[in-house]
Write a protein that binds this ligand. Structure first.
Ligand SMILES: Cc1cc2nc3c(=O)[nH]c(=O)nc-3n(C[C@H](O)[C@H](O)[C@H](O)COP(=O)(O)OP(=O)(O)OC[C@H]3O[C@@H](n4cnc5c(N)ncnc54)[C@H](O)[C@@H]3O)c2cc1C
Length: 286
């Protein structure tokens, strides 16, 4: 998004072919929702920056060959303006990884701390070649990521609902398939309607973004609604399966744990509410 032409020419083909895999390293032990308060520093020293700090919960870190690192190049500026973004080779001396996090779900995605101790990063790896732009770059990544994540929620919810519907048709109680009971149909219908709404939101937001329009509000609406929807669909699926919904061998129990994360990362539901509300007030005043 914001790399120089040289950075794009070197890294994008390698990322596209899978020769390189990468992680997005923004969160820190004391900087989560308030990401702009991050404390990792990158201090210029000749034609390098010296990086010190710890990043937390970094997805794919155990496997990544490069990190997109957000670090403070201007310690005098404690806010977003002091932050720059770098491409950091994971093999650079001074980088170490914490132990793999033990998570509630999404066990196929590995996360851990990434610790930087006097890591020398070439100045040529400053994304866009300009200091102070890193937080803006991170927000651009997250804005696109929120539409993407909402699409993931739609896909997962569809799979969960398909499984729940099939189970409801097969499972018989009181001499008939539980799918015939209107109270079960209500859970299926609510899930279907919410899923359809999220799908429409994703398509609309993606189309507007492709047209070059600003989609900060739409991306947050999509992420908030789709991730909350996915949680409700997973919860109803457990209910439709009854005791089987609670047992690992039927598969829904894993989804129930996996989808919980969607409401937390890439900005919690509360952070999406704040973005949407703030944008509404700003636009009304403009
Ligand atoms: C499995 C996993 C993978 C992740 N992958 C990555 C990754 O690859 N890269 C990366 O950089 N980060 C990653 N994260 C970090 C993730 O983005 C953060 O966990 C998330 O942004 C929330 O930050 P926090 O955990 O510090 O919670 P906190 O910010 O401490 O929030 C705790 C609670 O307070 C609420 N809260 C905070 N501020 C406000 C406010 N102003 N108003 C109202 N409520 C508020 C939150 O909504 C939440 O409910 C990952 C996290 C997990 C768990």
């Amino acid at each position: 998004m914001d790399g120089t032409e040289e950075q794009k020419a070197y890294y994008l083909p390698k990322l596209a072919t899978g020769e390189l895999s990468s992680s997005f390293a923004l969160t820190e032990p004391d900087a989560g929702s308030d990401a702009a308060s991050l404390r990792t520093t990158a201090i210029r020293d000749g034609d390098h920056y010296v990086v010190n700090g710890t990043k937390r919960y970094i997805t794919n870190a155990p496997h990544s060959k490069i990190f997109t690192l957000m670090a403070r190049t201007n310690p005098a500026d404690k806010g977003a303006g002091g932050v720059s973004a770098f491409i950091v080779d994971a093999k650079t001396p001074g980088i170490s990884l914490g132990k793999n996090d033990q998570k509630m779900g999404q066990k196929g995605a590995h996360t851990c701390d990434v610790i930087f101790e006097n890591v020398r990063v070439p100045a040529a790896n400053l994304i866009g070649g300009q200091e102070g732009q890193g937080f803006k770059t991170a927000m651009k990544v997250l804005e696109k990521g929120r539409i993407h994540l909402a699409a993931v929620c739609v896909g997962v919810a569809q799979r969960i609902l398909d499984d729940a519907l099939r189970y409801a048709i097969d499972r018989k109680q009181f001499g008939q398939p539980i799918a015939e009971f209107q109270l079960v149909q209500a859970m299926l219908a609510d899930s279907k309607a919410e899923l359809y709404a999220a799908e429409c939101m994703v398509i609309d937001a993606a189309r507007k973004r492709d047209e070059g329009r600003s989609v900060s509000t739409e991306a947050s609406c999509c992420k908030m609604f789709a991730s909350e929807m996915c949680g409700r669909v997973a919860d109803r699926a457990v209910q439709i399966l009854g005791g089987a919904g609670y047992l690992a061998e039927y598969g829904i129990e894993r989804f129930y744990r996996d989808v919980r994360l969607f409401r937390l990362y890439e900005g919690t539901t509360q952070i999406q509410q704040i973005i949407i509300g703030r944008n509404m007030v700003r636009e009304a005043r403009a």
